[in-house]
Design a protein around this ligand. Structure first.
Ligand SMILES: C[S@@+](CC[C@H](N)C(=O)[O-])C[C@H]1O[C@@H](n2cnc3c(N)ncnc32)[C@H](O)[C@@H]1O
Length: 333
């Protein structure tokens, strides 16, 4: 079976779908019953500010972060044989994972894909600004528009939990990999992690948006129109976040999809309990209000807690209590 198609959905073609960053109330209503429309509206809305919202950069900080995720999951014998020749990213967003992995020496050439045209546009722009050898395409991870046996590596970060049929998507991943090729999906929420991260985030949003009504603190409040737009988009968040996983779920689905040498690893326990409220706080106040000192404090606190997670909590609590799970596997030769 082949899925290479002639649809004009490449970002460098003349008929690239236009992003729709300002969904109307009617479109949001329609998207409540259509998860893929919700993905496109929600992520087109986020695309141009995504890097700022999630503190994504393409310098040493995020290059090391992406490479650490790779090294934590992929066997050392593979790490010694890098780079892969051609890598595909599914649900690339602004390109955080593959562009930084390429800068870290993991792959020479990259194809970034996403369901959201706005995200593909930002990712290809970011890749070109970094001088990387990349192309971009709008693509659904359940129906990957590339031929069988095309890629040496397929990656994704924080994307599987958005896909309705994860096992179907993993079968597609195995199909487009060359025999012996590897996949790695990182940044997926665990069942346990979702129980503490989301409530902390919701609480932070409520506290910040109410406290900033108080006299003297209104300079910290975003304009009402922006908060309303955020709330409309946030209503879509419930529609786009479809799954959480246990490490065992992911391993089982990867094996059912035909992969071998499947394994999982987890990251972030107390670091996630800090990271989620901090990111929500940053999104709730006017952009640029927090400054460099805050950014340094947030980053170093997160690093410190990650160290505690890896060196203390990892020995004490079950793997499945951590917030992020990653899965890797190989297409049989
Ligand atoms: C949470 S964002 C993660 C973006 C990026 N990977 C990162 O880690 O910064 C999830 C991305 O997956 C995309 N997505 C959702 N469903 C998808 C699907 N079925 N096929 C391809 N991409 C999808 C969304 O448009 C969005 O850009």
């Amino acid at each position: 079976m082949t899925r290479s198609d002639s649809r004009a959905d490449r970002t460098d073609g003349p008929d690239v779908p236009e992003p729709n960053p300002h969904a109307t109330a009617e479109q949001v209503e329609a998207a409540r019953h259509d998860t893929k429309l919700a993905q496109v509206l929600y992520h087109d809305w986020e695309a141009e500010n995504y890097d700022e919202k999630w503190s994504i950069s393409y310098d040493k900080r995020c290059v090391d972060y992406a490479r650490d995720l790779f090294d934590a999951t992929v066997p050392f014998s593979v790490q010694r044989q890098l780079p892969y020749e051609h890598a595909l990213e599914l649900g690339c967003g602004s390109g955080f994972f593959l562009l930084n992995l390429m800068q870290a020496g993991v792959a020479r050439r990259g194809s970034v894909t996403d369901l959201s045209p706005g995200m593909v546009r930002v990712a290809t722009r970011n890749g070109r600004n970094l001088g990387l050898d990349i192309d971009g395409r709008v693509a659904d991870a359940e129906r990957i528009p590339y031929d069988d046996n095309t890629f040496d590596l397929v990656v994704g970060h924080a994307v599987l939990h958005h896909i309705p049929d994860v096992e179907l998507s993993l079968r597609e991943v195995v199909r487009v990999l060359k025999p012996g090729g590897r996949f790695l999906f990182a940044g997926e929420p665990t069942n346990a992690g979702e129980n503490y991260a989301r409530p902390l985030s919701t609480l932070t949003w409520r506290v910040v948006t109410n406290v900033t009504r108080l006299p003297g603190l209104t300079g910290w409040r975003r304009p009402q129109a922006e908060l309303d737009e955020s709330s409309r988009a946030a209503a879509l968040e419930a529609v786009v976040d479809l799954h959480t996983f246990s490490p065992g779920d992911l391993e089982r689905m990867a094996r059912n999809a035909g992969a071998v040498e499947v394994s999982t690893a987890t990251t972030e326990f107390t670091a996630a309990m800090l990271g989620w409220p901090l990111r929500t706080f940053e999104a709730a106040v006017p952009p640029g209000r927090l400054g460099w000192g805050y950014a340094k404090f947030a980053f170093h606190s997160w690093i410190a807690l990650s160290w505690v997670d890896n060196n203390l909590w990892r020995r004490v609590v079950p793997k499945s209590w951590f917030y992020n799970v990653m899965v890797t596997g190989v297409k049989p030769s």
